[in-house]
Design a protein around this ligand. Structure first.
Ligand SMILES: NC(=O)c1ccc[n+]([C@@H]2O[C@H](COP(=O)([O-])OP(=O)(O)OC[C@H]3O[C@@H](n4cnc5c(N)ncnc54)[C@H](OP(=O)(O)O)[C@@H]3O)[C@@H](O)[C@H]2O)c1
Length: 595
């Protein structure tokens, strides 16, 4: 998991970890201390040497307090949780004996939730299990196990899987209480957790591995299971605690392996041990791994995309699929089962090595995958502008010039070399049209000019930098150039309108207005006089470039009413300020207060 665990984001916060001396909890305590948190760890007996490793962790002497608590003793939990910002509830018996399992798992979880509600903690993170997710005999092998799956309680009981039964009932109870008491709950569902032990005792899942090394068993089971590293599980707990948008359940699994594969890996690393080579079940076919996704927790660990899961409806209807434009299989998997595709991914850069392949081959891959999935329509985001010269390709009839270059790259002329972005987009779009014809794909293309407007993502994209540089003092003059501008919301809407309108076909230019760069800066200076906006053109010799004529009538005929460019520029700057990309000058803040 790539998330950074070393920043001191926990400074000044106190959290409680239940069952602190256990295998997973010890790792959670270790990472929390490393991040600067103060930790109250509950253990049944602080004096027991099996918990002595905790006080040896880095930062423990200063920021770890061990609290004596039992899951069935509400008062002891209440005392431990009081005054905490968050709770990590990890304590649970990991045994199949229903008598010993059920009460601490179910009533214990209820007690923790009640105490957390009473203490008004910011968030509770519960360590549930894949056992509460995948035990369902009616799930078809093709179904990808994700966070929406729940184990079937009757099946768990009938097959005497009391651990899974207990974890499922406990998790369901926690969700009910979270709703009733208004507790912000997030759940981590790990598979079999293995990895280095911090504690001196051997926990149940480590015994699962140990028995294949110490001669305790002579055969391995015909079974499959998911496996994950204990450090990743601990980190997942902290990431879901720290990420405001985290919600619901998070499956934590690296890979599903047949037990035969586990022993093979062990035998390769440790041939000196009597590792079994025979399966205990030679009659039945080898059990097949179940499909699962760990994408939800992976996405959370990549903050660049975290805004997506915060969009309205995202929790219920947005799935993020890992895919690369040059990895056909990943695109195929994402597109399979879709009614339509909006192909918007593209590197918006001038470096030909980084630009051309994803642009051209990527578009071809998307078109081929869309053809294979028999989608109803593909909407491609092409372009009409170049960063260097505002070429409205289709209108100025330059597409033909560049396309002829595309067919004979050795003849790249000066213009194409200067406009590689434009060159790449043109070759990619032309390729898409060719493939659409060959494979019978219903393709519609949107050709936007420079797209501006409020950012939903936390990073700043290329066209927004185009504006930012005039506000933050990065440039002292402006270019003698003209460009078309359009609001990002209109561009997004245009994509949807052309997708939804059966009669839509061909290309749609998306531009509100053509402006000279000098006009852009005049608008900005009127709205935001507090910034050092250039007033001089870098080219004072040549006459001012004139805007070219264009039409946006075709997309207007489909009902798009463009937001005025002035509003678009205003909203762009406001969004840069609100997202912390553009400091608000002190003077401006003061003047706001005094007016
Ligand atoms: N390991 C895995 O593969 C795995 C996979 C999925 C989910 N989980 C879940 O992860 C959590 C931790 O598992 P683990 O592998 O780290 O197990 P572990 O090492 O056995 O730790 C369990 C902890 O729970 C505490 N505990 C048990 N009953 C208690 C009670 N009645 N009152 C107070 N504390 C109690 C234990 O305290 P004592 O030391 O005092 O006994 C111990 O600290 C459990 O909720 C488990 O269901 C584990």
């Amino acid at each position: 998991m790539p998330a950074n665990s070393s920043s001191l984001s926990g400074q000044g916060q106190t959290v409680c970890v239940t069952g602190a001396g256990g295998f997973i909890a010890s790792w959670i305590v270790k990472l929390l201390l490393e991040k600067g948190y103060s930790v109250k760890g509950t253990v049944r007996n602080p004096a027991d040497p099996k918990n002595s490793h905790l006080m040896e962790l880095e930062g423990a002497q200063e920021r770890l307090t061990l609290c004596k608590a039992h899951l069935l003793d509400y008062e002891s939990l209440k005392e431990a949780i009081q005054g905490c910002d968050g709770v990590f509830h990890t304590a649970s018996p990991a045994i199949e004996d229903p008598e010993q399992m059920m009460e601490p798992a179910v009533t214990g979880t209820k007690n923790v939730m009640m105490a957390a509600a009473e203490a008004k903690v910011r968030r509770v993170v519960i360590t549930s299990s894949i056992g509460a997710v995948y035990m369902d005999p009616n799930r078809s092998p093709d179904v990808v196990v994700d966070e929406s799956c729940w184990s079937d309680l009757e099946y768990c009981k009938n097959t005497k899987n009391f651990y899974c039964y207990g974890k499922t009932v406990a998790e369901q109870g926690a969700w009910d209480l979270a709703k009733k008491k208004g507790v912000d709950l997030v759940v981590v569902n790990p598979v079999v957790v293995i990895g280095p032990l911090l504690q001196p005792t051997v926990n149940a899942t480590t015994i699962h591995i140990l028995k294949y090394l110490n001669g305790a068993v002579r055969t391995y089971a015909n079974a499959v299971q998911g496996y994950v590293h204990v450090r990743d599980v601990a980190l997942a707990h902290i990431v879901v605690f720290e990420t405001p948008s985290a919600a619901g359940r998070y499956i934590c699994s690296e890979r599903v392996l047949h037990r035969g594969e586990v022993v093979e890996i062990l035998a390769k690393f440790f041939p000196e041990y009597p590792i079994p080579t025979k399966c205990s079940d030679e009659k039945n076919p080898r059990k097949q791994p179940y499909k699962f996704t760990n994408q939800k927790i992976k996405n959370l660990a990549d903050p660049k995309n975290s805004h997506l899961m915060e969009l309205e409806g995202a929790q219920e209807r947005l799935t993020l699929c890992k895919a690369h434009l040059l990895d056909y299989e990943s695109l195929k998997e994402a597109i399979q089962g879709c009614d339509g595709v909006f192909h918007t991914a593209s590197p918006a850069i001038e470096d030909p090595e980084k630009m051309m392949e994803p642009e051209v081959t990527g578009t071809r891959n998307v078109m081929t995958a869309a053809a294979e999935a028999k989608v109803r329509r593909v909407v491609l985001t092409s372009s009409t502008w170049t960063p260097t010269g505002a070429l409205m390709l289709s209108l100025m009839n330059l597409a033909g010039v560049i396309l002829s270059i595309a067919r004979a790259p050795s003849q790249l002329n000066e213009m194409a070399l200067q406009n590689l972005y434009c060159y790449g987009k043109t070759v990619a779009e032309q390729g898409a049209w060719d493939l659409a014809k060959k494979k019978g794909v219903d393709l519609v293309v949107v050709n936007p000019v420079v797209v501006l407007g409020p950012l939903l993502q936390p990073t700043v994209n290329a066209t927004t930098i185009h504006i930012l540089k005039y506000l933050n003092g990065a440039v002292k003059t402006y270019a003698n150039a003209v460009q078309g501008y359009v609001h990002v919301r209109d561009v997004a809407l245009a994509h949807i309108v052309v997708f939804e309108t059966p009669s839509a076909s061909g290309r749609y230019i998306c531009s509100e207005r053509m402006l000279h760069r000098g006009e852009v800066l005049e608008i900005l200076a009127k709205f935001f006089p507090e910034y050092p906006i250039p007033t001089k053109c870098s080219d004072e010799k040549n006459p001012r470039k004139q805007p070219y004529k264009f039409t946006n009538q075709k997309i207007k005929d489909l009902g798009i009413e463009f937001i005025p460019v002035k509003q678009c520029l205003y909203e762009t700057v406001k969004s840069l300020q609100e997202n912390g990309h553009l400091p608000i000058p002190k003077l401006a803040e003061d003047s706001v207060k005094t007016h």
